[in-house]
Ligand binder design. Structure first.
Ligand code: ZN
Length: 557
């Protein structure tokens, strides 16, 4: 009887659809209101479709975890980090295939030093993309309507759900369901399916809370893109003395590239027109110098193309142009005229790194995210420019041979190394200071130095963020760019007006379908307290939700 009365209450608050959805429903002859059962049925169908889709797609999944320690002034400070780059594999339930060097699992804890450390299993993070990998229906779950709410552009129905009876398995929390096609846009809570996999050590004793978001990539298709995990209050029944306090970001992208149509590693054919047509030269035999340049260009193109196909680099886009403008400012003011023009490209991953592949300067998304201003961006680009100006070797021509790139995606990060010998690094650091001194950024170098100080101060704790995949260390042993660091003031974590570095995700947003990047255009807000400064830190992920196609014109309410 209890259940019946519950349904009756909910049935009286029938879900009234938005004008848009109403028009669509009327056109198809369906009722304009839904009962709770009908709504839950639509949600369950949407989830089944999404789970089927996740078996077919193999997106890139990046997991970054920061362990935190309480700090009296700053709230918490990161003390250690963990990183995992993988590819989603949903064939037999959610799992991740490693793309980064630490295969299979995160760096295992030192046996003597940290006997109670948690060892995370990548599969657990893959599972955090869906509230329940079985079924979200009225047989297994209680649903209760909370309210209507806008999430970005989407009108959503907010519901609280929990497993029926005393079932220990399943998701407990809140879901946001958009009212056009009834897809879950966001879920927030705890899943005891996840928890078994997230930590093999704690099993059911410790559960990780997740705030998980989907993005509408194509009309009717929503896919998991962002998951934020946070465990900062671990006083609930501590099972072991050394429970971690963590914040973690999971990002997914590369869906189009790693979709249903691209079955194998090498089956994608891009029929773009060649971008460079040097017709004047084609009739003639190339000189040895020209042949050598062409050969190096071929190696560069091979590497860039392979990184894009692996889903590790963004295709050429407008953010590249922003970097190229800053680079150009440096070159013009220093009177640098290069025989071959330089381009900029962006790696989609978080670890802070930059490197040069032939005449392409590459920066990681994570590095661009945390740079506090244009002067510090100029410093990073200027360092790479210095390698070019000083005539350092810019590309290993072994990559001019096609077979060198015929390796699985999982071997790419261990194959590609674009580092320079220490002597070249210090030469480039000396040169960049000369370049910056003549540049439009010459009066703001204190900020660039401050950024280096922030990185250096965190280099011991955040070894995974500050450990590059392929390129140069931003701060090599505290020696690099010492002159710039000396110009900078002391780091003052409590000072609100001193921004040494931004949190992760502060500048760029990745389209999880196309891998294209865009700048986040949000006005800077004045910080309320030092706790909000969080340089290089993991913060909650709150994507702006919009429909892949704009909603049909509706009368304003
Ligand atoms: Zn370098």
């Amino acid at each position: 009887m209890k259940n019946l009365s519950r349904v009756a209450v909910l049935a009286s608050s029938l879900i009234v659809l938005s004008p848009v959805a109403k028009a669509q429903q009327e056109a198809s002859g369906a009722p304009t209101t839904l009962t709770l059962d009908q709504l839950v049925d639509r949600i369950a169908k949407g989830e089944s479709a999404l789970i089927a889709r996740m078996r077919a797609f193999r997106p890139i999944v990046e997991v970054y975890i920061q362990n935190l320690a309480p700090d009296p002034k700053l709230g918490t400070v990161p003390t250690k980090d963990e990183y995992f780059l993988g590819q989603f594999d949903g064939k037999d339930g959610p799992d991740l295939i490693a793309l980064s060097h630490n295969k299979g699992s995160f760096s295992p804890p030192g046996i003597l030093s940290r006997p109670f450390s948690v060892q995370y299993l990548p599969a657990g993070f893959a599972a955090a993309t869906v509230p329940d990998w079985r079924l979200l229906d009225t047989q297994r779950y209680e649903f209760a309507l909370v309210r209507r709410e806008f999430v970005g552009e989407a009108r959503t129905i907010v519901m609280d759900i929990h497993p029926k009876g005393d079932s220990a398995e399943g998701f407990t929390g809140r879901i946001w369901v958009e009212d056009r096609d009834f897809n879950i846009v966001r879920f927030n809570g705890i899943s005891r399916n996840i928890d078994q996999k997230v930590s093999s050590f704690f099993r059911k004793r410790l559960s990780f809370h997740v705030d998980s978001w989907r993005v509408n990539v194509k009309p009717g298709m929503w896919l998991p893109a962002y998951v934020y995990c946070e465990e900062t209050e671990l006083s609930d029944k501590p099972a072991l003395p050394r429970m971690p306090r963590i914040k973690s970001q999971i990002r997914l992208w590369g869906y189009e590239l790693k979709g249903i149509s691209s079955q194998g590693e090498f089956t994608t054919i891009q029929l773009d027109a060649p971008t460079i047509q040097d017709s004047s030269e084609q009739a003639r035999q190339l000189s040895p110098v020209m042949s050598q340049r062409r050969w190096e260009q071929q190696a560069e193109d091979n590497v860039i193309d392979r990184l894009i196909r692996a889903g590790l680099m963004a295709p050429a886009g407008r953010v590249d142009t922003v970097l190229e403008t800053v680079l150009n400012n440096l070159m013009v003011t220093n009177g640098i005229n290069l025989e071959l023009p330089l381009k900029c490209r962006i790696l989609l991953t978080s670890p802070l790194e930059s490197f040069t592949v032939g005449h392409t300067i590459v920066m990681s998304r994570g590095l661009i995210d945390v740079l506090p201003d244009e002067a510090s961006l100029a410093m990073v680009l200027g360092h790479e420019l210095s390698h070019v100006v000083l005539g350092h070797q810019l590309i290993d021509t072994k990559f001019a041979f096609a077979d060198r790139l015929m390796i699985p995606d999982s071997d790419l990060l261990s194959t590609f190394r674009f580092r320079h010998p220490t002597s070249e690094e210090s030469a480039a650091d000396t040169k960049v200071i000369q370049l910056l001194a003549k540049s439009p950024y010459k009066d703001k170098l204190g900020d660039a130095g401050l950024f280096l100080r922030a990185v250096a101060a965190n280099a011991k704790a955040l070894t995974n963020l500050i450990q590059p995949h392929m390129g140069d260390l931003i701060v090599a042993g505290g020696q690099s760019l010492a002159a710039l660091m000396q110009k900078a003031p002391e780091l003052a974590p409590e000072k609100l007006d001193q921004i040494a570095a931004l949190p992760l995700g502060a500048r760029l947003v990745v389209d999880p379908w196309t891998d294209r990047l865009d700048l986040i255009r949000t006005p800077t807000v004045p910080l309320a307290s030092a706790r909000e400064k969080v340089p290089l830190a993991v913060t909650p992920l709150m994507p702006y939700i919009r429909y892949a196609e704009p909603p049909a014109r509706a009368n304003p309410e």
